[in-house]
Design a protein around this ligand. Structure first.
Ligand code: HEC
Ligand code: HEC
Ligand code: HEC
Ligand code: HEC
Ligand code: HEC
Length: 276
């Protein structure tokens, strides 16, 4: 279906990742004792505000993470030296390996190599990067495929619907497990299964960057089927609890009725006994 050559993927990935302070720079274990304040901020207040408003607000190296350059210089020329990049379209891969790898192996990787698209920023923007959600699958594909390939726009929309349904199934199963636990049922195994499905979704998401949406959607459907069966098991446990309670009530009521009957009989017997 995709047909794009993938031989360029590895090379492209290397090019995408080339020479950047990568995730290591964010790693608490390997971070230097004190992180220098980036002086870029002094001259680029607008960019700084935008970055702070988006998904990268928590980056320690807010500018140099993508642009490189010398963060400790107050001088414009010296600040823009070293591995400085004015348009770091390749920088993203250094910190987002899974998405970049999938992207590089798909048709958009080829389009990036031929400069038909600018890369990640086409869909994610660059400074005020919004937190993506499934809605992005509804909006981003049409920017370029609305007229040339409406079927791609449609499959993006369906994929977003599938992901929404998967999330409601996960949420419904979690609610059912909570309820079962509240009624003192043990649901540890089911909870572990549900947690694994949540992690499965997180591991799956980057793969949609290969833009090969049909196999992606069947993986999503498989996860959803698992979440739904967890929900069904929780519901069955609840029903069993309900049945046990009804039995307990019934037995209780029978015992009480019996006791009342005995009391009543004794009273009527006493009443019937002739007075001396
Ligand atoms: C002393 C002020 C100053 C400092 C410090 C500074 N810059 Fe700049 N920078 C400028 C000016 C002036 C320009 C050119 C006008 C503009 O585009 O805003 C510029 C341009 C840029 C551009 C656009 C380049 C282009 O060719 O379009 C980028 C990207 C950039 N700076 C990033 C950085 C980064 C990253 C740092 C920190 C490592 C930094 N700057 C530090 C003043 C500074
Ligand atoms: C997530 C990666 C990323 C981060 C972090 C980032 N930039 Fe950029 N920046 C880019 C990209 C990509 C472009 C080029 C966009 C284009 O050409 O359309 C760019 C363009 C620029 C430009 C030129 C265009 C403009 O908007 O003025 C400046 C100046 C700049 N960045 C400064 C900064 C500064 C200062 C910081 C830190 C506060 C920063 N950037 C943080 C990715 C980033
Ligand atoms: C220096 C490392 C670094 C670079 C370079 C970088 N990012 Fe990020 N990015 C991060 C970190 C860290 C987060 C925050 C993760 C979190 O808070 O969940 C993040 C978050 C994001 C998110 C939101 C993810 C989410 O689940 O909400 C998007 C989208 C994103 N980055 C896109 C980009 C793009 C596009 C580029 C290139 C223009 C880029 N990043 C460059 C480190 C980086
Ligand atoms: C054609 C549009 C498009 C391009 C190009 C693109 N992405 Fe995405 N990206 C998306 C969509 C859509 C999502 C939202 C997935 C979801 O939550 O349903 C997303 C989500 C993300 C996330 C959040 C975590 C995740 O995997 O869902 C990160 C990080 C990210 N992209 C990084 C990148 C990087 C890095 C590149 C470039 C190598 C890139 N993206 C290129 C469309 C794109
Ligand atoms: C910035 C423009 C742009 C955006 C946004 C974009 N694409 Fe593409 N896409 C391209 C280009 C360019 C190609 C390669 C040329 C072509 O086949 O049209 C391509 C190719 C593809 C192909 C391969 C088509 C084929 O016939 O082999 C698929 C599948 C695809 N894109 C899916 C998507 C999906 C899904 C989205 C939304 C998440 C999306 N694209 C968003 C520009 C874009």
């Amino acid at each position: 279906m995709r047909g794009g050559p993938t031989w360029g993927g590895g090379l492209l990935l290397a090019a995408l990742a080339g020479g950047f302070p990568g995730r290591g720079a964010q790693d608490p274990g390997s971070a230097p004792a004190s992180v220098p304040v980036e002086r870029c901020l002094e001259c680029h207040a607008g960019a700084a505000r935008d970055v702070a408003s988006g998904a990268h607000a928590a980056l320690e190296n807010r500018c140099t993470g993508c642009h490189g350059g010398n963060p400790s210089s107050f001088d414009e020329r010296r600040a823009h030296t070293g591995k400085f990049r004015a348009v770091p379209l390749s920088a993203c891969a250094a910190c987002h390996e899974a998405e970049a790898e999938a992207f590089a192996g798909g048709p958009h990787g080829v389009a990036f190599e031929t400069k038909a698209i600018r890369g990640c920023v086409e869909c994610h923007s660059f400074h005020a990067v919004p937190r993506p959600d499934h809605a992005l699958l509804r909006s981003s594909c049409r920017i370029c495929h609305e007229t040339n390939a409406p079927e791609i726009v449609e499959s993006g929309r369906q994929t977003a619907d599938d992901l929404d349904r998967l999330e409601s199934a996960l949420a419904a199963a979690a609610r059912a497990l909570d309820e079962a636990e509240r009624r003192a049922r043990i649901v540890r195994r089911e909870r572990e299964g549900l947690e694994a499905d949540r992690l499965g979704l997180l591991a799956l998401l980057p793969k949609q960057h290969a833009m090969d949406l049909e196999p992606f959607r069947s993986d999503v459907a498989a996860l959803r089927a698992r979440a739904e069966s967890t929900g069904a098991r929780a519901a069955a446990l609840l029903e069993e609890t309900g049945r046990r309670r009804r039995w307990a009530w019934l037995v209780g009521a029978l015992v009480a009725a019996n006791a009342l009957a005995i009391l009543w009989r004794r009273r009527t017997l006493l009443a019937a006994r002739p007075h001396p």
